[in-house]
Design a protein around this ligand. Sequence first.
Ligand SMILES: NC(=O)c1ccc[n+]([C@@H]2O[C@H](COP(=O)([O-])OP(=O)(O)OC[C@H]3O[C@@H](n4cnc5c(N)ncnc54)[C@H](O)[C@@H]3O)[C@@H](O)[C@H]2O)c1
Ligand SMILES: [Mg+2]
Ligand SMILES: [Zn+2]
Length: 276
Amino acid sequence: MSARWTTAVLDTNVGGGLAVVRSAEGFMVDANGALFPRDWFKRQEPDIRFEHGIGHYDGQPVYLIELHGAQALPGCSWRGLRQFMLEGDADTYTILGYAAQIATWAREHRFCGACGQPMRQVPRERAMHCEPCDLRSYPRISPSMIVLITRGDEILLARSPRFVTGVYSTLAGFAEPGESAEDCLVREVREEVALEVRNIQYVGSQCWPFPHSMMLGFHAEYAGGEIVMQPDEIEDAQWFRVDALPPLPAGRSIARYLIDLYVARYSGLAEPVLPR
Ligand SMILES: NC(=O)c1ccc[n+]([C@@H]2O[C@H](COP(=O)([O-])OP(=O)(O)OC[C@H]3O[C@@H](n4cnc5c(N)ncnc54)[C@H](O)[C@@H]3O)[C@@H](O)[C@H]2O)c1
Ligand SMILES: [Mg+2]
Ligand SMILES: [Zn+2]
C-alpha cells in the first residue's frame, strides 16, 4: 500500500476510471506508463477475458482488465511484472503486483474445485462463488519464510539453480500445513543446508507477487552443523564475510533488505528501509 493507492472491490458495470491491462505477456504499457483511461481502452474493442475493480489511485477508480491474448495496440507493448519490480516506480509496482495476484486467482478459480461448475464473481466482495455448493474462493496467499543466518562477521547465502547467474540470496521456503513460522524456518534451513539455528527474530514482511507469496522475514544465528546442500534446490551455499559479498538479489526484495540491514548494523551504518 502507499498513501496514493488503496484496494477496493468496485462495480465493473460503472464506467470511467483507469485500467491496467494484462495478458500472458505481462502488462500493457505506452509512453505514459501502465495506467490507461478505461473507457478509451474499451473502445479499442479488446478481447476481454474478465474484469475486476481493484482500488483507487489518487482517488481515481482502477480496474484490472485481463485479455484473452496479447493483442497489440499502436504505440503499446507488453512488460512483465518483474521488470516493473526492477525498474518501475514504487506505486506502479504496488498496483500491478496486486493486479497480477487478482488476475492469477481469477484465472485459476473460474470453476468450482468441488463440483467443477463455473463460478461467479461475488458483487462487493473479492470472492468467486459456486451456487450449488455455496463455496467461496478467495485470492490465494502463500506464507513463505525467509531468513538471514549469521555467524559474527559472516552471513550464509545460497544459490538456487533458478537464480540469475552469480547471485546469492538468503534461504526461503513455503510454510506447510501444521507449521508455525518458526517451525517452517527451522525445517527449511535443515532441508536446504542441514544447519541448526538459534535466536530466531522476526524482522518484517513483504508481499511477493510471484505469484502470491507473503514473505515473513527473519534473522537467526548459526547454532551448529556443517553445510550439506539439498540436491536440485541448492546449487551452492557458502559463508560470506560482510565485507566480501557476492552479487546480491534486487534492491526491492526482502532478501536484500535482510542482508543490507545486518551489514548496516554490523558496520555501524545507517539502516535501510524495508521496501513494501
Ligand atoms: N522477496 C524475496 O526477497 C524472496 C527471496 C527468495 C525467495 N522468495 C520467494 O519465496 C518463495 C519460497 O521460496 P522457495 O522457492 O525457495 O521455496 P521452497 O524452498 O519451499 O521450494 C520451492 C518448492 O516448493 C513447492 N511449492 C511451490 N509453491 C508452493 C506453495 N504455494 N506452497 C507450498 N509449497 C510450494 C514446490 O515444490 C517448489 O518447487 C518463492 O515464491 C520465492 O519467489 C522471495
Ligand atoms: Mg527454498
Ligand atoms: Zn461447486
